[in-house]
Ligand binder design. Structure first.
Ligand code: CA
Length: 153
């Protein structure tokens, strides 16, 4: 039986190590999503952007991150604009306007939001809450923009 020479085995190992280090590098790459929110130019206070990365955690407490955005500081003309830097991947966002400034999305007794809420891709509710699938987007190395329309309720 023919055996691989030591040098072939070594070369193979170096190739594997090279691939592994490139994968590790890819893990650290981040992308930027600019979130542009319209419909808040008259508003005072804060919006909160929550980032989710799976259907299982969608709209739950387990977020990738939550960012508080002070509307007055982030106003750019008629838009509230902010940037999120995230590892490359798939995400969905929920945005709410904290009208009573208590840091939480107020809901009624059956869980329907009482403060304005919007989602990435401007996904809307059909039957029940909007699905992760409708709100998900891919963040690659190229910066992207999510334009989100807040409607008063
Ligand atoms: Ca609130």
């Amino acid at each position: 039986m023919k055996c691989w020479s030591k040098s072939v085995v070594h070369t193979f190992m170096y190739v594997l190590l090279g691939v592994a280090s490139q994968l590790a590098l890819a893990d650290e790459l981040t992308g930027i999503v600019t979130v542009e929110i319209s419909g808040l130019q008259e508003a005072a206070g804060n919006v909160y952007i929550s980032v989710y990365d799976s259907d299982d955690t969608w709209l739950g407490d387990e977020v990738v991150l939550t960012k508080k955005v002070v509307i007055a500081d982030a106003l750019d003309g008629e838009l509230v604009r902010t940037e999120l830097q995230l590892p490359l991947g798939e995400y969905a966002l929920s945005v709410f306007y904290d009208r009573d400034d208590d840091g939480e999305l107020d809901t009624n007794f059956i869980g329907i939001p009482k403060e304005p809420v919007a989602l990435s891709n401007n996904a809307t509710a059909k039957f029940g809450p909007p699905s992760y699938e409708d709100a998900v987007f891919v963040l690659g190395a190229q910066p992207i923009i999510q334009s989100i329309i807040m409607r008063d309720i």
